[in-house]
Each structure stands twice: as C-alpha cells, then as structure tokens.
Design a protein around this ligand. Structure first.
Ligand code: ADP
Length: 344
C-alpha cells in the first residue's frame, strides 16, 4: 500500500514527508488546506511558517515525534491547527514523517469568548463597586456631618448595589438556561395566561413611564410546549425592554397568534410579538443585540437599570424551545421582537 492510499481514509489533513524532506503523499483534506501543488515540494516551501518548520526540523534531526501549530486561512478567516509530526518507523528506523493537522479553531474561539466574557463581567462589576467605594470614603470624610449628602449618597449606593445584584442574578440565570439548553421542554404551558400575568406584574414599570400595555389575542388558552419559568422570564425581558426603551406615554403591544405554518419554524407554532413605539434601533445593531453585554447606548441602558444580558437570556430560552427570534426595527418607528415557538 502506498502512503497516499494509506492516508486517503483519514478524515483530517495528513501529509507524508520523505526523509529528504519532500511532500510525497497528502490526502484530500490536506489538498483542501494547502492545495495540490505542494506535492513534491520541500517542506520549507510547502509550509513557510517558521515556528512549524523548526518543529519539523527538530523531529527529523532526532527521529522523534513533536507537536506544533499551523495558522491557516480558510473561507476568509484564520484557522488554527495542532500539528503532530511523527516518524513512520520501518525496521526500527524512520522511513519518513507523517504530519497530522487537528483543527482547534473552535476551542480557541471558545477560549477567547470566555476571556472576553470574564473581562466584561469584571468591568460591569468594577464600575458600581468603584462608585460605592468612593461614596464610602466621602461619607467617612467630607460628608461625615452632612445628613442631606448622606441620604443622597446612600440612595446612589443602594442603586449601584441593586445593579450588581441584578447583574449577578442575570448571570446565574444565563448559566442555568445554558445548562438545560439541550433538554427541550415537552409539557404544554398556557402562553396566553403567562402573557397576562407578566403584563400585570409590569404595571408599576408601565405606570412610571405612563405607557399603556395592550394585549392582543391573549384571551382564553393558547398552549405550547414550554418551560413556564423560562417563558415568564422571556416575556418579562421583552415587555420590560419595550417599556424601558419605548416612548414616555407610549404604547406597548403584545400579540399572540397561532400559525398553521410559520415559515420561521417550517411548521405550526405560536407567534408572540412585542412591539413598542420608541425610537427604534439602527439596522447595523440588530444582528448583535443578543450578544452578552451588547448595548446600543450603554449610558442609556445603565440609566434604566439594564444589565445588557436580557436579550442574551431571551436568545438561549428561544433556542432551548427550538424556536426562532426575529427582531425588526426602524429608527423613529419603534421595534418589534417576535418569538416563534413550535408546537412539536
Ligand atoms: P439591557 O439590560 O441593556 O436592556 P438587553 O440585552 O435587554 O440589555 O438589550 C440589549 C440592548 O438592546 C439594550 O441596551 C438596548 O440598546 C437595545 N434594546 C433592547 N430592546 C429594545 C427596544 N425595545 N427598543 C430599543 N432598543 C432596545
């Protein structure tokens, strides 16, 4: 069997390099990564990345296995590979070297996302903590005997502390939702009753903005398979956002529709849409709204007590229900957040 035949069945890029350092066999996956033209070339001109070349040289000099790293570029984005270079032994002597490329792009991206997330959380917590710390110092020093300033600072400290509590609660919630994301709920819940109950629970927030919350199609029973606590959370986040980012004295409409055949679901399901008549969201933000801590206007979001996690939580809840989320908005015309929940 030739080296080409032997490696043809391996589903990841594999390349055989002769003792003279020439590429003498490569499988289909390696052709996709490097192109067929590297066949017959010396490994130095085939791979070109000094760090990897050093590792190959080391393997060949000592007849041993080494690992290295290769940074590729496929479909316009960087890809990372763990590369193993190992001697192929024949009669106790290396007869060539097999290079195997393991794609670790996804792990690297997950690692980067984790670090970014930790940096974001730290930043979100540091801001209120710094504020509280500053006020403690002021209360101990300059404002020690000033009862008016004390009341004012204590009120701010309370607000900042509540913000941290909300942030930590949202983080815990996000983790819990992610934990069960693979377990799809099967018990039917009455979505109409959930909407009525969430809307009535948000009456104080609506009153504070003099907003009206209108329910459309939410009478009677409208069941769909779901997790009642999570759907309550989803409705709370969407309706609360519509109130928060809607107009003062504006109108929020929550509409329920049963669909025989929703294109979004490729089948029957329930559509929940929450619309406001606020200032809307520019198109370039729409695709990123469900990212953790993504805000159109950070100052405004913090001002209304936002954590920047509400829509990320919504996205995960929708995904657990195998549903779809659609966000439509136009500047000056308000926004509509629609959730499609499948019946089966
Ligand atoms: P936040 O806690 O900041 O409200 P969310 O994840 O719920 O976080 O929302 C992310 C961002 O999306 C908000 O900061 C806001 O800029 C924007 N947004 C969400 N809902 C609306 C809405 N109904 N109208 C306008 N902007 C909205």
């Amino acid at each position: 069997m030739t080296p080409d035949e032997m490696i043809s069945a391996i589903p990841i890029p594999c390349i055989h390099v002769s003792l003279q350092g020439r590429v003498d066999a490569l499988n289909e996956k390696a052709v996709e990564l490097f192109g067929a033209a590297i066949r017959g070339r010396h490994y130095i001109t085939a791979f070109r990345q000094p760090a990897l070349l050093d590792r190959i040289e080391e393997a060949m000099a000592h007849g041993k296995s080494v690992t290295g790293r290769y940074i590729g570029r496929q479909a316009g984005r960087d890809t990372s590979y763990d590369v193993s270079v190992a001697p192929v032994m024949e009669g106790g002597q290396p007869a060539g070297y097999m290079m195997v490329f393991l794609d670790i792009t996804h792990q690297e991206e997950a690692g980067e996302r984790r670090s970014e997330f930790v940096a974001n959380v730290s930043h979100e917590l540091r801001t209120p903590l710094t504020a509280i710390n500053g006020f403690i110092e002021t209360l101990r020093g300059p404002a020690k005997d000033d009862p008016e300033a004390r009341d004012q600072f204590l009120a701010i400290m309370e607000r900042e502390a509540q913000r941290m509590i909300r942030l930590v609660e949202d983080l815990l919630l996000l983790t819990r939702v992610e934990d069960v994301e693979r377990m799809r709920p099967s018990e039917p819940v009455d979505i109409a009753a959930l909407v009525r109950s969430v809307a009535s629970g948000l009456t104080p927030q609506a009153k504070a903005k003099q907003a009206r919350v209108i329910l459309d199609g939410c009478e009677g029973e409208k069941p769909a398979p779901g997790d009642s606590d999570q759907l309550t959370q989803l409705l709370t986040n969407l309706i609360e956002n519509a109130i928060k980012y809607g107009r003062d004295g504006g109108q929020v409409t929550v509409r329920l529709e049963q669909l025989e055949n929703a294109v979004e679901l490729r089948g029957p399901g329930l559509k929940i849409s929450v619309s406001d008549d606020g200032e809307g969201i520019a198109e370039r933000h729409l695709g990123r709204l469900t990212e953790r801590f993504y805000r159109v206007d950070s100052h405004r979001s913090r001002g209304v007590g936002g954590t920047g996690l509400g829509l990320a939580i919504v996205k995960h809840i929708v995904s657990r229900h195998r549903g779809r989320l659609r966000i439509e908005s136009q500047l000056g015309q308000g926004s509509t957040f629609s959730v499609f929940l499948p019946y089966n």
